[in-house]
Design a protein around this ligand. Structure first.
Ligand code: COA
Length: 321
């Protein structure tokens, strides 16, 4: 199988910022509690913006950075658990808004916070069967729409945003070698769907999910490094799902990852589920921390339960077709 590389990323977050102080006026909590337990200080929540509008802006930014035209896209996948509409899918909505060709394979994918990783792996498989070499992968969420404001242990965590990556598939490029898994579980993390007749609100056993995360991330990292025949030192940058700063700190300590090789942005955005990994990728690419030739290890985990990791490279830039 031919591998994919990232050609360009882009992102869009809602204008409205909700600080910890804002939340402490709405529920019994404090900036000190939220910051010390999670590392989150602010998050962006949709006001009058829709999740679909965020997707369009993020996708346009990624296409522009990649230097790829909409008509060159063969597959478009939006990883999300909070699409604006169930039908049409967020990806079909993008097809129309961006003017993607009608034979572009467009669909949404639900793997909660691991969504972007599942989507990248799916994209690699599908681009091998596509007549066009470029694909568009998004992670996009409007989690503020499904927050349970009666539950202070989860209401403080989540933010909204969308981020996109244009990927390219070329003969001879190595696979991203994704590792992934799932274990059906309704007790640790649950959001009812429209078929249940219940309201869609997030419920989570935070302490259990925390334990799941700190066990699962190293398992994923070891598996993906082994699959690529690499050591942690061979990786240029580590991008972890941004759920809780304490989870990231534990992993970074375990692998002795130096500060210049990882980043956290949950202070500003909170946990944006499927959008979290591409939001950070887009930020890092925009500031020049990662770019042409960078080898980046991505790790996701979350509801489902789901988990996954992959090692992706950025293209060297320039079009060779
Ligand atoms: N403000 C103030 N106090 C709060 C609070 C809040 N927002 N939320 C919970 N508390 C209180 C609890 O009521 C509890 O009080 P008690 O001891 O008097 O009963 C105390 O803080 C500890 O609660 P607990 O749930 O054990 O806290 P925690 O240290 O586990 O932190 C999370 C809670 C949610 C921050 C943490 O478990 C977490 O981040 N888990 C992982 C979540 C995650 O990664 N989810 C995404 C998966 S994709």
């Amino acid at each position: 199988m031919n591998g994919i590389k990232l050609r360009g990323t882009g992102s869009c977050v809602p204008r409205h910022v909700v600080t910890n102080e804002d939340l402490s006026r709405r529920m019994e909590t404090s900036d000190a509690w939220i910051t010390s337990r999670t590392g989150i200080r602010r998050r962006h929540h949709c006001g009058d913006e829709s999740a679909a509008e965020l997707c369009v802006q993020a996708a346009r930014a990624a296409l522009s950075r990649a230097g790829v035209a909409p008509e060159e896209i063969g597959v478009c996948i939006v990883a999300t658990v909070t699409p604006e509409d169930l039908v049409p899918s967020a990806a079909c909505t993008l097809q129309q808004a961006l003017g993607l060709p009608e034979d572009t394979l467009c669909f949404d994918l639900n793997a909660a916070c691991t969504g972007f990783l599942f989507a990248l792996h799916t994209m690699e498989c599908l681009l091998n069967a596509s007549p066009r070499k470029f694909g568009l992968v998004l992670g996009a969420e409007a989690l503020s729409r499904i927050i349970n404001w009666e539950d202070r242990s989860t209401a403080i965590l989540f933010g909204d945003g969308a981020a996109a990556a244009v990927v390219e598939c070329r003969e001879g490029w190595p696979s991203i070698g994704a590792v992934y898994g799932c274990r059906g579980d309704r007790t640790l993390l649950h959001v009812a769907g429209p078929g249940s007749g219940k309201r869609s609100l997030i419920s989570m056993e935070g302490t259990q999910v925390f334990k799941f995360a700190v066990e699962t991330i190293p398992r994923c990292m070891d598996a993906v490094l082994t699959r690529h025949g690499l050591g942690a030192d061979d990786v240029d940058f580590f991008v972890f799902h941004q759920a809780n700063a304490r989870i990231i700190d534990l992993v970074v300590r375990k692998y002795a990852i130096p500060p210049e090789k990882y980043a956290k942005n949950l202070e500003e955005f909170g946990n944006t589920s499927a959008a979290s990994i591409p939001l950070l990728l887009a930020q890092l690419e925009a500031e020049g921390t990662i770019g042409p030739g960078s080898r980046v290890l991505l790790v996701g985990f979350g509801g489902g339960l789901t988990w996954g990791a992959a090692i992706v490279e950025f293209t060297q830039g320039g079009r060779n077709d």
